[in-house]
Design a protein around this ligand. Structure first.
Ligand code: G3H
Length: 529
């Protein structure tokens, strides 16, 4: 007889969620086809067993193409209600959506914990950060609109320049931030007047379901369409049609390349991609070790290292290596593992059932090539976890050096000459961020100058991270394409388009009449306050 584990009442799964609808053409249509089970790797009983959370529609090509057609119809070659709507009215729809979304906070947070194992404080943070992102996007768009409410004149030609939508966006997000990162694509794409097809991530999919109604009731029909299923089954056929204008994806370059390759005219396709990374920390001999250890713990192990911005390799100078590794290993072993709602928990179950075995493979490979696990608990298995191992010395022939581990394992490389990590970074396939720990300004200055050209964010005595979301989030090489931030995303999902006219009596009179009549939504000098 299995005994139920103690779970706070508010977080118990009393009823499974069997999602039977998807959002198409403004309608929550019932799905009668196959469904796939959604499980959590968190056990509800003393003896380990995964928990069944519910199920989602397992849709295929036919439905995917129908969903795409509704997005195309809503865009209607740029003539649709949404792409031609007044900015003010689009903003109203978004405001209505975010208000309804806020009501679903508890439901979404509970599912974030069960589906991806994110701790309670971090789940609240993900939700709240997303809501804030939407409000910030609205404010930024108002400013963008105010900045365009004017005419310029050069060489006798007037211009009224705005940013217009691109068309249909296919939006795919990652499982580690199934709400935040997906919405950081979807929201700017929508507000700029594009229509969208959105497929939730492979884990963190049920948590989107409480929001379907808010999407349905806040936007005109066909503007946002949400379908479920495997990427290969639904996203690939959509791309093959060549009718997608923007591929917005946060995930890995392999899937991005595969999808991009399906598009018959890739020159027409805009890419907004946040991809994998292998952000290094570089610890210089004069680094403040207490601060460095703390930042490296947060950098390597927040959400078990399942962040694209996580520190995935630590370069530590020979002079401080011993002391750093001792303090760092102790701190790793002192972290608390538990279920997401447990007080003070830092390490939580891994949502991918196969992840502990993958991490074990990396460990075995590194050990066979000469690395040692420095912390006592490193590599210890439980049913849904493998304790983070601090691995040293790591060399280039090891898989853990090359692959983006995206999980709890910390490779450490020592160096004598700063050129060693710099050369490695230059050779690496990735170029997102770096953390640089040290104090001497004469050492730091030339390093900052070089590092800024190898990655897109140099974090000084701080772990790597995406936020605050007003800052640019991008990367070089295989790490990204386009830039995301509250402001930059509005640019990424739009194009400059304008009305121009020669300065003569006829044109000036016509424009004056156009402005007075207030019938064009594009040509307008009205200010949104
Ligand atoms: O997975 C990558 C995320 O963009 C990381 O965001 O640095 O705020 O955790 P974060």
């Amino acid at each position: 007889m299995q005994t139920k584990i103690a779970i706070p009442e508010a977080f118990q799964i009393s009823n499974q969620i069997h999602q039977k609808t998807y959002l198409i053409n403004g309608e929550l249509r019932t799905w009668n086809g196959k469904s796939s089970e959604v499980i959590s790797t968190i056990s509800s009983t003393d003896e380990y067993a995964h928990t069944i959370l519910g199920s989602i529609p397992d849709m295929g090509e036919e439905e995917a193409l129908e969903v795409l057609d509704t997005a195309l119809a809503a865009y209607d070659k740029g003539q649709g209600v949404w792409p031609t709507m007044k900015v003010k009215d689009r903003i109203e729809c978004m405001e209505s959506f975010v208000k309804k979304m806020e009501e679903k906070r508890e439901e979404v947070v509970k599912l974030l914990m069960w589906e991806i194992g994110k701790s309670l404080p971090d789940s609240y943070k993900e939700f709240d950060r997303t809501v804030e992102y939407i409000y910030d996007t609205i404010e930024d768009y108002k400013q963008l609109d105010r900045n365009s409410a004017k005419f310029e004149k050069h060489d006798g030609v007037y211009a009224h320049i705005r940013r217009g939508p691109l068309g249909v966006v296919l939006c795919l997000g990652p499982y580690n931030y199934p709400l935040n990162e997906t919405f950081a694509l979807l929201i700017p794409a929508l507000i700029m007047g594009n229509t969208a097809v959105f497929k939730p991530a492979k884990h963190g999919v049920l948590l989107i379901t409480p929001l379907l109604e808010a999407f349905q009731s806040s936007f005109p029909k066909g503007v946002v369409n949400i379908l479920f299923g495997r990427g290969r089954a639904v996203a690939a056929p959509i791309m093959k049609t060549g009718k997608v204008d923007v591929l917005a994806l946060i995930g890995n370059s392999k899937s991005a390349n595969a999808l991009q390759d399906q598009h018959p005219k890739s020159n027409r396709l805009r890419l907004v991609l946040g991809l994998e990374a292998k952000n290094p920390a570089i610890v210089l001999p004069d680094a403040d070790l207490d601060l460095t250890v703390n930042e490296c713990i947060a950098g390597t192990l927040s959400f078990n290292g399942q962040r694209c911005t996580a520190l995935k390799v630590l370069y530590v100078h020979e002079d401080v290596k011993e002391e750093f590794l001792k303090r760092f290993s102790e701190k790793v072993d002192a972290l608390k593992f538990g279920n997401p709602w447990d007080e003070g928990v830092k390490l939580t179950p891994l949502p991918e059932p196969g992840k502990p075995a993958y991490i074990q493979e990396l460990l075995d490979d590194a050990k066979a090539k000469g690395a040692k696990i420095l912390n006592k608990k490193g590599g210890k298995h439980s049913d849904n976890y493998i304790w983070p191992a601090v691995l040293y010395p790591v060399s280039k022939d090891m898989r853990v050096y090359e692959e983006e581990q995206f999980g709890p394992i910390i490779p450490v490389v020592s160096f004598k000459d700063i050129e060693e990590p710099l050369d490695d970074m230059a050779e690496s396939n990735y170029g997102q961020q770096v953390s640089l720990f040290g104090k001497d300004v004469y050492t730091l200055s030339p390093l900052i100058d070089t590092l800024a050209n190898l990655v897109c964010r140099v974090n000084l005595n701080s772990s790597c991270q995406r936020g605050p979301d007003v800052y640019p989030f991008t990367g070089r090489k295989d790490s990204a394409q386009s830039t995301l931030s509250v402001h930059d995303a509005l640019r990424s999902f739009s194009i400059r388009t304008f009305v121009a006219f020669k300065d003569n009596e006829l044109n000036n009179e016509t424009i004056e009449q156009l402005l007075e009549a207030k019938v064009s939504n594009f040509l307008s000098t009205d200010y949104i306050l």
